[in-house]
Design a binder for this molecule. Structure first.
Ligand code: ADP
Ligand code: MG
Length: 238
């Protein structure tokens, strides 16, 4: 399960409307990319879906249930940040185990989950290292591992690859796409990178100044952009 419905969701900071009334249905199991220039409200919307930011108005439903006021830990979602957000003093193993221990998952089950995430993400060789002893790509794998073990109904990625160099970014892009194919869990992926959007998405929502200009498959946006902004952003000739 992992459908998310946004109904007339808005956000203002100090009277400035950062998200204008916005409706969007995210389907269970889809890989949807939020793309748009810096400052257009992508992170703010993702944080509202995660519950890290209140909505100013409107409703958020998760699997058909109103979740507008549900605390983040009870939404069943897992967020992966650009900055990894790992605990520097803890080993990789303990970073991954931390949310599970807090949720009082039995130790044997925690071990199983860590082993499974380590297999999926090739973390086996560095489970006992600290984040400072890892490369950027390895750290991001750990952050994804920490999300996987919680078996969320959706993953929320906020520009997870922006801190990585170009060649690593391409590899990680493929890894995340493979992960989606094998887990079949809903993924919402925020980026300002058109290529990332076009290569990873089932559907793309193109943001501009707090509104979604268009939602569609990469091919639909490329072939039938609704306006010049979408055409320019996606890179089609219109
Ligand atoms: P994006 O992720 O698309 O780059 P953001 O969602 O981070 O954009 O920001 C959208 C707008 O909201 C920006 O103008 C930003 O300055 C503003 N904003 C974001 N967070 C806050 C905040 N906590 N207080 C005030 N303004 C904010
Ligand atoms: Mg952002």
């Amino acid at each position: 399960m992992g459908s998310i419905t946004l109904k007339q969701v808005t956000k203002s900071f100090d009277e400035v409307n950062v998200i204008k009334p916005l409706d969007l249905e995210i389907r269970d199991g889809e890989f949807i990319v939020f793309v748009g220039p810096s400052g257009c409200g992508k992170s703010t919307l993702l944080r509202m879906i995660a519950g890290l930011e209140d909505t100013t108005s409107g409703n958020i439903e998760i699997d058909g249930q109103d979740a507008t006021s549900t605390p983040p830990a009870k939404r069943g979602l897992a967020m992966v940040f650009q900055s990894y957000a790992l605990y520097p003093h803890m080993s990789v193993r303990n970073n991954i185990a931390f949310p599970l221990k807090r949720a009082k998952v039995p130790p044997a089950e925690i071990e199983e989950k860590i082993a499974s995430a380590a297999r999926i993400l090739n973390l086996g060789d560095y489970l006992d290292r600290k984040p400072g002893q890892l490369s950027g790509g390895q750290r991001q794998r750990v952050a994804i591992g920490r999300a996987i073990v919680r078996q969320p109904s959706a993953f929320l990625f906020d520009e997870p690859l922006s801190n990585l160099d170009a060649s690593l970014r391409v590899n990680m892009r493929l890894e995340i796409s493979e992960l989606h194919k094998s887990l079949k869990t809903t993924m919402i992926y925020v980026t300002h990178d058109q290529v990332e959007a076009m290569t990873m998405a089932d559907r793309i929502a193109v943001f501009n100044g707090g509104v979604i200009e268009q939602v569609g498959t990469p091919l639909e946006l490329y072939q039938y952009p609704v306006n010049r902004f979408v055409a320019g952003f996606i890179g089609s000739p219109k």
